[in-house]
Design a binder for this molecule. Structure first.
Ligand code: SAM
Length: 261
C-alpha cells in the first residue's frame, strides 16, 4: 500500500462523483494527446485511459512510477520527472507532429508547486490547446479575479494576459484521502489565440506587474516610480493601486516599455 507523501503534495482523490465530473470536464477524445501531471494512484488516470488510446503520465515519485510501469497498461507512457523541469514544449510539438489534433495538459496538481508550474507552462502555451487543473481554491480565485477585486494579483494579470481562464468546479477536502486543509477548485486554461505579445513585451510585463504589486496598498505613483518617465500614466492612474488596473492597460504599458528599452 502506498503511503501518501506530504513533500510531493499527495492528496489522492477518492470521491467517484467528483472524479467523474473532472474527467468529463477534461473531455478525453481519441484525437487528443493528453499529458497528466502527477497521476498518483490513478484516480483520474484510469477513467481517462478508458476513453483514450494513449495517455502520457509525468510523475516525480519513483515508487508511483514503478507502480505504473509494473501494470504495463496498454497506451500508457510514463515519464519519471519533476514537472517544473519538464520540457512541455518539446512534448507538445512531438505529439502534434505525430498527428494529434488537440494537445492537453491536465492534473490534480501538487499544491506546493502550483504557481511556479503555471508560469513554467506559459513557455509552452503556443503548442498547448488546453489545460485543466485542480488547484487550491484560493489560487483559482486569484487566477480568475477581475481588476478591482481584492484577489486580483500578479498571478491574475500574468495568466489572464496569456489564457482565457474559467473556474469550473469547487471540490471540498472530503473528496481526498488524506484530506487537505484547504478547499480545491478545477480551472480550465485556454491559451489566447490572438496573443501577440513579443518576448520583450512579456518580460516588460513581468517587471511592471511585479513592481506595481510589490506593495499592494501603495499607490502606483510610488510603486511605479522607476517607470514614470517612460510610461504616460494618466493623472488619475497615479493615485490608483495595482489592483485597479486592467490586464489590457498593463499590456499597453509593457509594449511602451519594450519599445523604449
Ligand atoms: N492524480 C492523483 C489524484 O488525483 O488522486 C494524485 C494527485 S496528488 C494531489 C499530486 C501528484 O503529483 C502526486 O502523485 C505527486 O507524487 C505528484 N507530484 C508532486 N510533485 C510533482 C512534480 N514536481 N512533478 C511531477 N509530479 C509531481
Amino acid at each position: 500500500m502506498h503511503q501518501a507523501r506530504k513533500r510531493f503534495g499527495q492528496n489522492f482523490l477518492h470521491d467517484e462523483g467528483i472524479i467523474h465530473a473532472i474527467v468529463s470536464l477534461i473531455g478525453p477524445s481519441s484525437d487528443a494527446a493528453i499529458l497528466e501531471i502527477g497521476p498518483g494512484l490513478g484516480a483520474l488516470t484510469k477513467p481517462l485511459l478508458a476513453n483514450l488510446e494513449s495517455l502520457d503520465l509525468l510523475e516525480i515519485d519513483r515508487d508511483l512510477v514503478a507502480y505504473w510501469r509494473k501494470q504495463q497498461l496498454p497506451g500508457l507512457t510514463i515519464t519519471e520527472g519533476d514537472a517544473l523541469n519538464f520540457d512541455f514544449l518539446a512534448w507538445a510539438r512531438a505529439k502534434k507532429s505525430s498527428g494529434s489534433k488537440q494537445i492537453k495538459v491536465v492534473g490534480n496538481l501538487p499544491y506546493n508547486i502550483s504557481s511556479p508550474l503555471l508560469f513554467h507552462l506559459v513557455g509552452a502555451a503556443t503548442e498547448i490547446d488546453e489545460q485543466v487543473f485542480m488547484l487550491q481554491a484560493e489560487v483559482v480565485e486569484r487566477m480568475v479575479a477581475e481588476a478591482g477585486s481584492s484577489e486580483y494579483s500578479r498571478l491574475s494579470v500574468m495568466l489572464q494576459a496569456r489564457y482565457h481562464l474559467e473556474k469550473l468546479l469547487d471540490v471540498p477536502p472530503e473528496a481526498f484521502d488524506p484530506q487537505p486543509k484547504v478547499n480545491s477548485a478545477v480551472v480550465r486554461m485556454i491559451p489566447r489565440s490572438n496573443f501577440n505579445t513579443s518576448p520583450e513585451e512579456w518580460r516588460a510585463l513581468e517587471k511592471v506587474v511585479a513592481a506595481a504589486f510589490a506593495q499592494r496598498r501603495k499607490m502606483l505613483r510610488t510603486n511605479l516610480q522607476d517607470y514614470l518617465g517612460r510610461l504616460q500614466l494618466q493623472e488619475d492612474e497615479l493615485t490608483k493601486r495595482a489592483q485597479d488596473i486592467s490586464v489590457g492597460r498593463y499590456l499597453e504599458w509593457a509594449s511602451v516599455l519594450a519599445a523604449s528599452a
